[in-house]
Design a protein around this ligand. Structure first.
Ligand code: DSN
Length: 408
């Protein structure tokens, strides 16, 4: 029970001490800098800045003149980093940004291609169809993948020709390699198909210029979150170069999905954007080097790493097939007991674990440390050492890396 400030402090301190003793390999999390965290507590967090139309100057509440100035400036900064003409920072998270994109751009009966949850899709339209009448409103099919977890372009083009979708949403939660957006662009233009990119996982890599910018590749809209490979405050965004589509999405977003857009995110997001402008390339390059090094080290330890033939990964994560060790859920729970945090495939096939390198890279780890991490995972899963003993070693190891690199 919480009776006092002391109770709150004690519980928070327990969490902080616990997380400092863990190796965080959850690909959808990151370690934002103390400066970013500091700017989350500004007075903006007490204010209402909503605007229903796409005219930010037409605020519904009074007292917003500096909030307005700040929001416009942050939109411009984000636009510069993602090379977008139009930016909306009102989505509270990437999922909300995606829902607004789907609802804003599709009509009843339209077909969408997205990445299925079993292929580590984000789960946008699929789960929407479990709500109310959406299963009668939006049709969905899955983008095909090959055994290296690369998009199967031949099959995708065949599906496009045969089924003529209205929208294709690239991007997911287990992306190992860039997608063939350029290769799909011509047919998309010819058939009037909207190309969207759920960039949530790779936002930080795009900001660093080490992952292809989906807008440069030809998507009409990119949306995502700011707290996965991008080490910012939790939140979402929509970015585009197409005003007509951007307006449709923005007018759907507000006020149907969001009114208070949690303004305290904005100064913190601006700091994180400046960090990425300055250090994004170095950070992104190290993240990818670490993913490749971890993939290799895991393979050398005896694990089956997805996409090994293609160099394991070009992103902030690797996928490991752990069926022979009892499946993703069992393995991730065993690793959690050893203070190693990663993800299973969220109740899908239960074949794989996902291991992310963004946070440990921010903490200062490089290729040599990836070997150590693989060895610690092996001790739990393959060698079946006493978990409490490994947990102690993991804690001591993790506590050696409490800094925050690539930050202002
Ligand atoms: N899609 C979930 C993940 O990747 O962990 C969270 O957004």
């Amino acid at each position: 029970m919480i009776w006092s400030i002391k109770d709150i402090d004690e519980l928070l301190q327990k969490h902080i001490a616990y997380r400092e003793s863990c190796l965080n390999l959850i690909a959808s999390e990151n370690y934002s800098s103390p400066t970013v965290r500091n700017y989350l507590t500004s007075d903006f967090g007490n204010r209402y800045g909503c605007y229903v139309t796409l005219k930010p100057e037409e605020r519904e509440y009074r007292g917003n003149k500096f909030i307005h100035e700040f929001e416009i400036a942050t939109q411009k900064l984000v636009g510069e980093v993602f090379k977008a003409t139009y930016v909306d920072l009102r989505p509270i998270g990437g999922h909300m940004a995606g829902v607004a994109t789907v609802l804003g751009l599709l009509s009843p009966g339209d077909l969408v291609f997205e990445i299925h949850l079993k292929d580590w899709g984000h789960g946008l339209v699929g789960p929407m169809r479990t709500v109310s009448h959406f299963n009668q409103t939006i049709r969905v099919d899955s983008i095909p993948f090959d055994e290296d977890r690369m998009v199967d372009l031949d099959n995708l083009l065949k599906m496009i020709h045969e089924q003529k979708p209205k929208m294709i949403i690239f991007g997911g939660s287990g992306m190992l390699f860039p997608e063939p957006i350029k290769e799909v662009k011509a047919i998309a233009q010819q058939e009037g198909i909207i190309l969207a990119h759920d960039s949530s996982h790779v936002t930080g890599l795009i900001a660093g210029g080490v992952f292809p910018n989906p807008l440069d590749e030809g998507v009409d809209v990119m949306f995502g979150s700011t707290h996965k490979s991008f080490p910012g405050p939790q939140g979402g965004f929509i970015a585009s170069r197409n005003l007509e589509l951007f307006e449709k999405i923005g007018n759907t977003l507000a006020s149907a999905l969001v009114t208070s857009h949690h303004l305290n995110r904005l100064p913190a997001l601006a700091v994180a954007m400046l960090e990425m402008k300055k250090f994004g390339r170095a950070y992104g390059e190290q993240v990818i080097k670490n993913s490749k090094a971890l993939g290799k080290a895991m393979e050398e330890c005896g694990f089956k790493v997805v996409g090994a033939r293609k160099g394991y990964s070009e992103t902030h994560l690797i996928l490991v097939d752990v069926r022979e060790f009892g499946g993703g859920k069992k393995v991730s729970l065993q690793l959690e007991e050893a203070n190693i945090l990663c993800s299973d495939d969220f109740g899908q096939l239960d074949n794989e674990i996902r291991i992310g390198t963004a946070e440990v890279t921010r903490r200062g780890m490089k290729e040599a440390e990836m070997k150590q991490i693989a060895e610690l995972i092996k001790r739990v899963i393959i060698d079946k050492e006493d978990i409490a003993g490994v947990a102690k070693d993991v804690s001591n190891y993790a506590r050696m890396y409490l800094g925050c690199e690539y930050s202002l």
